[in-house]
Design a protein around this ligand. Structure first.
Ligand SMILES: [Zn+2]
Length: 423
């Protein structure tokens, strides 16, 4: 075991340039939702060059829309597909999925970037570009972990499957298609940017809208009307109190801060159509965080009840109750026990590669983890290079050292989790 660990480490050093060049190449292909084709082709070619059995899984919404976790992201041309690279073995070792998404979020104003968002520029040991951190570097790390083990003549006892998926940022249709097609394993690592922390716990997020009706009148006689904006202020206050109360009633471990596990955010407000008219309607949209272990229904009820209670105490709102609707993304929370052997094995690999204590952490953002843990019943951990705070922002980047460590840790995980022999 120690021997192969040393060999892995020196092989990674030899492949450093190749790893960097591959990440640059995938970052240079703009793969916004619905445009993942060219990057998937490049990934498929790479996996074929490693002599993996490559499958192309179409992501037809017709096939997945009956699934309870399905979120329609509004795209679905039939040309979208996942790429799977299978390193199969008939022996009885444990199997592993290495999952990463290739879709990226929009770049925002290009003038906010120092280089083009699709430059893949290499500056001071960082690779820049949209998708570098989230999460083309992570996916590449998984691919190179396999490449390096193959070059060392290692053969796993259990199968390893690389899943390069589409549509994660807009709801997870890619990973869901793999699950609906029956792909499974004894464990999965999603190579999201976790700053190399081991993250088996994830909050959920539910999108909602609130509609409030008032009564319009001329501003000069505004006391004759009811301002929907003023009524929303009451509701907003209740929402802020609810966020605080919920954090006091849930005792969640492993998060960076126990008061920031499941935030509630109001993101948009639209109201009024004329400055001298009392606004008669307001529509707000927001995102409600779901605690680990809490169901989406429980979270929805908590918000509806808090708003309902506040409305009951106001004369106008008691008659014209605010209407809460659940729209677009409805992402549940998900978790794998920190005691699960997959988590412990990954932690052990991280510690022996880095000579540093591994950190377990819960994350507040959504990912495909929930689909694996809640529906496919696959124990799953998020682990990968890059700091999520640079993701989705201008000048997104990933540190090459992070990537090298991730390749090393994942290669060791395959050895320890799947078992195997050097041929
Ligand atoms: Zn991501």
């Amino acid at each position: 075991m120690i021997e192969i660990q040393t060999e892995i480490a020196s092989a990674i050093k030899q492949h450093r340039d190749e790893i960097v060049e591959f990440i640059q190449a995938v970052v240079r292909l703009p793969s916004l939702a619905d445009n993942e084709g060219p990057v998937q082709k490049l990934i498929a070619d790479k996996l074929r060059s490693l002599d993996l059995y490559v499958e192309r899984i179409p992501v037809h919404f017709e096939k997945i829309k009956a699934h309870p976790a399905f979120c329609d992201d509004g795209y679905s041309p039939d040309s979208r597909y996942n790429i799977l690279g299978n390193w199969q073995n008939e022996k009885a070792g444990k199997s592993l999925i290495l999952n990463g998404h290739v879709d990226v979020v929009p770049t925002g104003p290009p003038e906010n970037w120092n280089e083009s968002p699709w430059s893949g520029a290499l500056i001071k040991n960082r690779i820049y570009g949209r998708g570098s951190c989230d999460m083309k570097a992570g996916l590449s790390a998984g691919i190179f972990a396999v490449e390096i083990l193959k070059k060392l003549g290692f053969a796993p006892n259990g199968s390893v499957q690389i899943q390069s998926v589409v549509g994660e940022e807009s709801g997870g249709c890619g990973t869901l298609a793999n699950i609906v097609n029956g792909y499974t394993a004894d464990g999965a690592v999603i190579l999201e940017p976790t700053s190399l922390r081991i993250c088996p716990i994830q909050s959920g997020a539910l999108t909602f809208s609130i509609t409030i009706h008032g009564r319009a009148t001329h501003a000069a006689t505004r006391w004759e009307g009811v301002s929907a904006i003023e009524k929303f202020e009451l509701v907003h206050q209740v929402i802020q109190e609810l966020e605080k109360d919920r954090h006091q009633s849930f005792h969640v471990q492993y998060y960076e801060r126990s008061d920031r596990v499941a935030p509630i955010n109001i993101g948009t407000i639209r109201s009024g159509d004329w400055h001298s008219t009392v606004p008669e309607k307001l529509m707000a949209e927001g995102r409600l965080g779901v605690f680990p272990g809490e169901s989406a229904d429980e979270a929805r009820t908590a918000l509806e009840e808090a708003i309902g209670k506040a409305a009951g105490q106001d004369k106008w709102l008691a008659k014209e109750p605010p209407k809460v609707q659940w729209i677009e993304g409805q992402f549940e929370s998900g978790q794998t026990s920190v005691e699960h052997p997959l988590v412990k094995t990954l932690l052990g690999c991280h510690e022996s590669v880095t000579n540093d204590k591994g950190q377990l952490e819960g994350v507040t953002y959504g990912s495909d983890l929930r689909l694996f843990t809640n529906y496919a019943k696959i124990p799953t951990v998020l682990y990968g290079p890059g700091d999520v705070r640079t993701a989705h922002s201008a000048n997104e980047y990933v540190e090459i050292e992070h990537v090298m460590t991730a390749v090393d840790v994942i290669a060791n995980l395959i050895v320890r989790w799947c078992g195997g022999t050097v041929g």
